[in-house]
Design a protein around this ligand. Structure first.
Ligand SMILES: C[S@@+](CC[C@H](N)C(=O)[O-])C[C@H]1O[C@@H](n2cnc3c(N)ncnc32)[C@H](O)[C@@H]1O
Length: 294
């Protein structure tokens, strides 16, 4: 991984790594006996409530967890454009649009940080668990404000970041994943370093509101609400964790440590199941909605 002289990961190299990680994950993304992104995307759209005929942009659309619920609410007179930096994600979403016969859906490979799209051409910008991957999200937010028509809205989700866990994971993992394991990550990929560099604006609701207002939004609503992550087994959760943020940790762990952590997680998570029933992990999610008024 390319790093600048100040030890930071170069933005272009970082984006290439993110795109590659999601390209590799695309086939199994949220389809491995774990449901998390799908219910979160659905809930985000429920909260944002696009109107019939709305023009919607979904930034970092992935396989369409928010995009398809938005398409059904915008209806045949609306339009939904999904953009993502990972071509394999876009391909999966395109296949799903064809399967559903969703003619109002368009998909393009595009860097969501710098969308090349006409000003004031959308009524709603969505971003479910995607803005956190942008190296400069506050600047991107100002670009989204310009893409929105007057009275247009943005709605996105993010993790509720905490200091005591691997930042993408709910508190239940605090004990299960010892912080000492994080020492295996290169300094620039340490959760705190990434959080400080990319997501510090999201940590506190007051910073978040200030950032949104500076970007041109008003009426900023911040609500934290858990998503019930459901996994068919501990093993399903561990396999799934290789397809999202925790992949970073897995790829940097020595083989033995990785095998030990896998065993420990599977045993502890299976113990949380009700017999053969699924495992449910209440995962805090932050929902942000704001409006553009000129
Ligand atoms: C955690 S996934 C969420 C996907 C989808 N919104 C969902 O809820 O299932 C994050 C997505 O953001 C995309 N992404 C990351 N950086 C991006 C960028 N700079 N531009 C566009 N998409 C990006 C990834 O490729 C991935 O599909």
């Amino acid at each position: 991984m390319a790093a600048n002289t100040d030890g930071k990961v170069d933005d272009t190299a970082y984006k290439a790594e993110v795109a590659q990680a999601f390209d590799r994950a695309a086939t199994h993304y949220d389809r491995m006996g774990v449901e998390f992104f799908t219910p979160m995307g659905r809930r985000l759209v429920e909260r944002a409530a696009p109107r019939s005929g709305d023009r919607v942009l979904d930034v970092g659309c992935g396989r369409g967890a928010a995009l398809f619920p938005a398409a059904s609410m915008a209806g045949p007179t609306g339009s939904v454009l999904g953009i993502d930096i990972a071509p394999a994600m876009v391909e999966e979403a395109r296949r799903e649009a064809e399967r559903l016969g969703a003619a109002q859906v368009e998909l393009r490979v595009m860097d969501g940080e710098r969308p090349q799209l006409p000003p004031r051409s959308f009524d709603l910008v969505l971003g479910s668990y995607s803005l956190i991957f942008l190296p400069d999200a506050p600047t991107a937010l100002a670009r989204y404000a310009r893409l929105l028509a007057d009275g247009g809205r943005i709605a996105f989700t993010s993790p509720v970041f905490t200091d005591d866990t691997f930042p993408f994971l709910p508190p239940v993992f605090t004990e299960l994943i010892p912080r000492s394991l994080l020492a295996n990550l290169p300094a620039e990929w340490q959760p705190e370093a990434l959080q400080r560099r990319f997501n510090s604006w999201l940590g506190q609701a007051t910073d978040l509101r200030r950032t949104m207002e500076k970007a041109g939004f008003t009426d900023v609503e911040v609500v934290d609400e858990p998503v019930e992550l459901v996994a068919v087994s501990g093993e399903a959760w561990v396999d799934w964790s290789h397809t999202q943020g925790m992949r970073l940790l897995w790829t940097h762990l020595p083989e033995q440590e990785s095998a030990r952590l896998r065993e420990r997680l599977i045993t502890a998570l299976d113990a949380m199941r009700d017999g053969d029933g699924p495992l449910t992990i209440s995962t805090p999610v932050r929902y942000v909605i704001a409006t553009v008024r000129r």
